[in-house]
Design a binder for this molecule. Sequence first.
Ligand SMILES: Cc1ncc(COP(=O)(O)O)c(C=O)c1O
Length: 391
Amino acid sequence: MTNSYAQLWDLDPNTTYLNHGSFGPSPIEVRQVREEWSLKLQRQPMRFLCQQMEDLLHSTAEELAEFLHTKPARLALIDNATIAMNIVADSVELSAEDEVLFTDHEYGAVRNIWQRRCQAVGAKIVTAQLPYPLNDADTVRALTDAASERTRIIIISHVTSPTAAILPVQQICEMAKQRGILTAIDGPHAIAMLDVHLDKIGCDYYCASCHKWLCAPFGSGFLWVHPRHHHNVKCPIVSWGGSMAGHAPIWQDRTNWLGTRDPAPLISISAAIAFFKRIGLNTFREHAHQLICHARRELLAIDGVGPFCTASESNVVSMCALELPQPADWKPGYHGHPDPLQIELREQHGIETPVASWNGKRFLRVSAHLYNSPAHIDKLLHAVKNSPNLR
Ligand SMILES: Cc1ncc(COP(=O)(O)O)c(C=O)c1O
């Protein structure tokens, strides 16, 4: 059931974990580094938090910047993409005349962030319906058509959560720039799944978590901000806002100290990068791609299962979503109320993979990482094919 990479993780042996896309566990060596940093904090908290932490965050930002092809001065290390997007929402000036443009594939919590921000000033959220199935040219066209004189900012996923689709973010940012519209990219799934060149995308803000495909500890992510906005970054959590260690002011002072907390997950991002440098990003991507393509092919062979938003195998890396048949009594579910198939997979087969709804369609999303093996996929296929809850 296991492969040699699986030994690098300490996953529950009773679970077939095919949901790295939701929460990505760290390899043992990365977890150990996080624990060592936490221990250093425990041994001398004053020295660690007030003298060493800012330099450690900076050296981590240097390594992350190299990994993401940008400069450390553009990065703030933030616990997760949700907090990063809250910072963006607070930093962008919005008025009652403004519109915030979304696609219909965006992550629910990110929509909630902007809904609250828009409500506060009387601005409006506009949602562009992307083509079904997706293609790059029509995606850019749908956003172009939905943009208006009033559009202040476009919020787009780099890789979408419910539909596992890779969006043409660079082309979208180019279109937005021509119209004087800001762009914020919601990128947690792209980090390590894709080569991300932050300085080339052309966006104004990029938010991500590193605890997905990069396998950094839970509670690690970043916010990338174009230099033209650094002076304007506002953090909804207001704390000291200055350097504890007596360094010259930088915009990241507003986010480095958010009250007392353990920065170990953030500082351990370097260990996750080192892990992938040793194993090879392409080793991960090719391994995952083969497993996902195998799952996709076999699932598509089941009557009533469709390709959903990704037309071909070249559109997927380590995660795919497929449309499932809708049982007669099926109703679109919502977060926290899993589909009966998801419950059956978890409770009867020990398989963790989401089955949910999006735009009135029912889908199953499969993720694969280095620790997964063909046997995991075969177990899922066998369970789905024989499930009384499939249709
Ligand atoms: C597209 C997308 N955006 C944002 C988030 C939020 O990430 P986090 O919970 O790490 O803040 C997720 C999490 O699954 C996501 O898939």
